[in-house]
Design a protein around this ligand. Sequence first.
Ligand code: ADP
Ligand code: MG
Length: 554
Amino acid sequence: NTPVETLEFQAEARQLLQLMVHSIYSNKDTFLRELISNASDALDKLRLETYRDKDLAADTSDLRIELVADRVERTLTVRDNGIGMSRDEVVALIGTIAKSGTAEFLRKMKESKDAAASQDLIGQFGVGFYSSFMVADHVTLLTRRAGEAAGTRWESAGEGTYTIETVEDAPQGTSVTLKLKPEDTEDHLYDYTAEWKLREIVTRYSDFITWPVRLEVERTVEDKTTREFETVNSGKALWARSKDEVPAEEYTEFYKHISRDWHDPLETVHVKAEGTFEYQALLFLPSKAPFDLFMRERKRGVQLYVKRVFIMDDCEALMPEYLRFVKGVVDAQDLSLNVSREILQQDRQIQLMRRRLVKRVLSTVKTMMADAPEKYATFWTEFGPAVKEGLLSDSENRETILDIASFASTHDAEKPTTLADYVERLPEGQEHIYYMTGASRAIVESSPHLEAFRAKGLEVLILTDAIDEMWVDSTDEYRGKKFQSVAKGEVDLDADKPEEAGDFEPLLTWLSSNLDSVKQVRLSSRLTTSPACLVGEAGDLTPTLEKMYRAMGQ
Ligand code: ADP
Ligand code: MG
């Protein structure tokens, strides 16, 4: 064996570990879900790799996850015979945190003062392997990558450093052994060596894992004590089962497993297609936007399976960018296991499937709007800004997106309105949907542009999301009514009346010749209390958009 090397955790990893050691996570049981989930991923990867590389010297008979507890030593071992890790992988994957958004996560974590908010963040981030340190004061990981001769042992007490060494005799796959913290065994509720406890956690969190999770149990028959393995999960692919035979909690746990979200999902969407291209989908709308929803490298949340075999995470071919928050699983029967991202992007069947999934997600929101207005309100607050991106990128569904959108409006200070309701309220003969964009409701409401509209009792939509500037500019109309900015062009209130300039003629002429940066000075009926305001031309950028472009250096 080679000498033992001591290495330091990368700074971000160290900070994250600190959080785990001082466990702000109230539900410690979830460490097991994380370890089982990693083991399950490792088995998925091994199976996929043996399909793709026929020469891989790997043992794939009896793929499984095993849990072995030792009451005397107070250890718990979670092991799999999956893909395993090479030494370099151990250093790269376990010693550092490669996840995008970690820095942001840690910053928010520091800022958030209350425990509930911290838990939210952790739940969203998914701390994975490091959650072992919530319950263990020492962790040993022994692993050998399939196809490689030597294995690696990694050990750490969760502080600044870990040790790593090459070992000759490691079985294929990974085993993680936790030396449990003393306090956890004293309180029997947290005894992670107790059979009932382990059983309970597995059935609660990991029942749908498609690989067998086997628990080593002790049985005494006629004074003879034996130890044997018992499978404790049902292992049924949830999406393949009929909706009425699956209890709601199972969907919830499954959602948490794939999304690493702490919250229950807001809505579950089932899609099943039969015929020439068969597939099943189980999609979820989360109840809270992740903190990185608007970050560039944000991934999409739909996994692709082919005939129950996991193929890939973050399958961009299945969900458009603007629905990136949708989580779930799509299992297609008629694809090759070797399918690549490139092939998926071009596949016509996949495109049809995606269209159908998008329509189902949007129609689910529409139904929610009618049947569960509060749920809908939560959804729109959390995800509306992302969904509105679809008004620019998904012309096929533009009408539906406008239908399910809602906006702040001068009609009601508390309650947003839908466009349908706005149009409904329109007085006879009004052909426009008036809106004003701005950085906040307060800014928009204090703008002189709103005055005449307010005085005349005309409703104006208040658009304050950055994306609003973009879509409203490229969207012509809704149900025959044109979108009209109150800050642009001649607004047809009772039309401006230049012919009545009369007494003001000298002033207007003087202003025209003395103000360099305005094109024209007009008498206006749009103001009531302010003496003057600046108006853009109909084709101009709105002030906010102008500011955005300027900020972008254009
Ligand atoms: P995540 O699972 O979200 O990637 P984790 O912290 O749980 O984050 O794990 C980090 C990485 O370590 C995994 O992505 C995987 O590459 C590797 N890993 C963890 N556990 C195992 C395992 N049992 N077998 C193989 N690789 C593993
Ligand atoms: Mg993990």
